[in-house]
Design a protein around this ligand. Sequence first.
Ligand code: HEC
Length: 117
Amino acid sequence: MKRALTLLSFGAVLAFASTQLLAAGNAENGKQKAAACFACHGADGNAVDPQYPRLAGQYDMYIQQALHEYKTGQRDNAIMKGFVATLSDQDIQDVAAYFSSLPTKLDTLQGHIQGDK
Ligand code: HEC
């Protein structure tokens, strides 16, 4: 019985962890929260300056993961570390939902892959 309980609570923890990881944010809220990001990444997520990555149409989970990595320092970038510092997990889900919902301007990879002619 004790073992079953342990397994059960382990399962609950896993279920909780996965909902945390997979939770989809609210794009409308994300648009408001992303105002500070537009200067570099563009209001439509398509940065005009090539030094800033385009976020439009990127996978939601990828954006969330990247933001968590800037927060923990796993991705070491002084600019982004400052901008994610104040974002809660919910904020990260929401801004990721917003940017991933936008149409990308990359419709072909031609010329974007190293070695392309
Ligand atoms: C002052 C300019 C600036 C602002 C403002 C800014 N960023 Fe960034 N962002 C950058 C730069 C530069 C990089 C590339 C960093 C690197 O090399 O890892 C980046 C990278 C990213 C990435 C990783 C993209 C990828 O393809 O891996 C995400 C996601 C991101 N920013 C989201 C945001 C969000 C959300 C905000 C607002 C809360 C924000 N950024 C505000 C400059 C900025």
